[in-house]
Write a protein that binds this ligand. Structure first.
Ligand code: C5P
Length: 218
């Protein structure tokens, strides 16, 4: 039974890699960032005054979280991403989501022979004995450009596009900093992870590097 752990920074291409590996090998893929984002989105939907006890509220939302309920499109904003990184420092919340991630892994290993999880602490905390661990990263400028391309910018003037790019760079850097510096489950490569920089390669090239590693052709 195969476990594939993918970690990395925002916009590095780890999510696309997870989806592509899932299609190739038929192992279900879980984007664990979406779990943190779903809880964050629920918190952002309630009145600001009610956000006093973020930790216990986030735990309540996390307990009732189901994989089926995760609607990707709504959750992708940087506002939700930043709230996700803000609550991702809470040990109790991480523990609730950890159990759900391990449950996903166990169910799918039994049913399909393998699972693929991507996030920030998969190779270090969630699946420390994973068969394959990848840590994906890229320069901040490239990651911000990728995020910008995901938005509909065709109607904007060049000056506004540059302004938007700078704002995305600021947002991603802020989130990277929170993720790397937190005490619990910080974003660091596992000691036995393959570290891949995708600044100069596209998703297909990344996929072929990873497939070579998995199939022992590296
Ligand atoms: O991967 P994504 O950008 O969707 O993740 C949103 C946020 O959720 C991250 O910035 C991080 O703070 C948190 N996260 C985490 N551990 C994971 C996945 C995501 O702390 N395994």
């Amino acid at each position: 039974m195969i476990e594939i752990a993918i970690d990395g920074t925002a916009g590095s291409g780890k999510g696309t890699l997870g989806k592509n590996l899932s299609i190739k090998y038929g192992y279900p893929h879980l984007d664990t960032g979406l779990m943190f984002r779903t809880v964050a989105y629920s918190l952002l939907s309630i009145k600001k005054n009610d956000l006093k006890n973020l930790e216990s509220l986030s735990c309540e939302f996390a307990k009732s979280l189901s994989f089926i309920a995760i609607n990707e499109k709504k959750l992708r904003s940087e506002e939700t991403g930043f709230m996700a990184s803000k609550i991702a420092v809470f040990p109790k919340l991480r523990n609730i989501l950890k159990l759900k991630q391990i449950e996903f892994s166990n169910i799918n290993k039994k049913k399909y022979g393998g699972c693929i999880l991507d996030g920030r602490d998969i190779g270090t905390v969630i699946l420390p004995n994973a068969d394959f661990k990848f840590f994906i990263t890229a320069s901040i400028e490239i990651r911000a450009k990728r995020r910008l391309l995901e938005k509909n910018i065709s109607c904007l003037q060049e000056q506004n596009v540059e302004c938007m790019l700078q704002s995305i760079i600021k947002d991603i850097s802020r989130r990277d900093k929170v993720d790397k510096s937190r005490l619990i489950s910080p974003l660091v490569p596992a000691k036995d992870a393959f570290i891949i920089d995708t600044s100069m390669i596209d998703p297909n090239e990344l996929m072929s590097i990873v497939v070579k590693v998995i199939e022992g052709r590296n």
